[in-house]
Design a protein. Structure first.
Length: 168
């Protein structure tokens, strides 16, 4: 009978020691959690700032194309930028800018962002470009843009005009 009481006492002490160690472990891990939470919130803030920068670029994109703003495109399009048109043509940044300069007046452009997905220092931006020729005629098409952050600034590396052109 005494052996049984000793075994029960040892089992109870072992159980209590396990509960105490588990409680202590949870307290220590909770104290270690705030730095992890800070790191996550810093990443979220960085994504929010990057998203704001990219949205600003794409909001300015349409008006810059409307006014044939070469400096804007030289700043936001990477040197190795490639534009892939709806007809399957590929244009470099220089060719894209020359094409833009050759457009006649009276076309107004607008670009609205649908989504931005981040992959490290890169982002995929989907948007809808609208070209208005007058009050009643316009054309719109979706675009897929690959962007990269270099030297603290976002640039468009490539832009693909997708095939779903709609006329209004």
């Amino acid at each position: 009978m005494r052996r049984m009481l000793v075994r029960v006492a040892i089992a109870c002490l072992t159980f209590l020691a396990g509960v105490c160690l588990t409680t202590f472990s949870h307290l220590v891990s909770r104290r270690a959690s705030p730095p992890l939470e800070i790191q996550i919130s810093e990443l979220e803030r960085a994504d929010t700032e990057a998203e704001a920068e990219l949205r600003q670029i794409f909001e300015e994109y349409g008006p810059a194309q409307t006014r044939h703003d070469v400096a804007f495109f030289e700043r936001v399009e990477a040197e190795e930028f490639m534009l892939f048109s709806q007809q399957g043509q590929a244009m470099t940044r220089t060719q894209d800018i020359e094409w833009m300069k050759s457009e006649g007046p009276g076309i107004t452009y607008q670009n609205s962002v649908h989504s931005i997905k981040f992959y490290g220092n890169s982002a995929v931006v989907t948007s809808q470009m609208i070209a208005r020729f007058d009050e009643t005629a316009s054309v719109s098409w979706p675009t897929l843009n690959i962007c990269v952050k270099r030297n603290g600034h976002w640039q468009i590396l490539s832009s693909t005009n997708l095939d779903h052109v709609s006329q209004h």
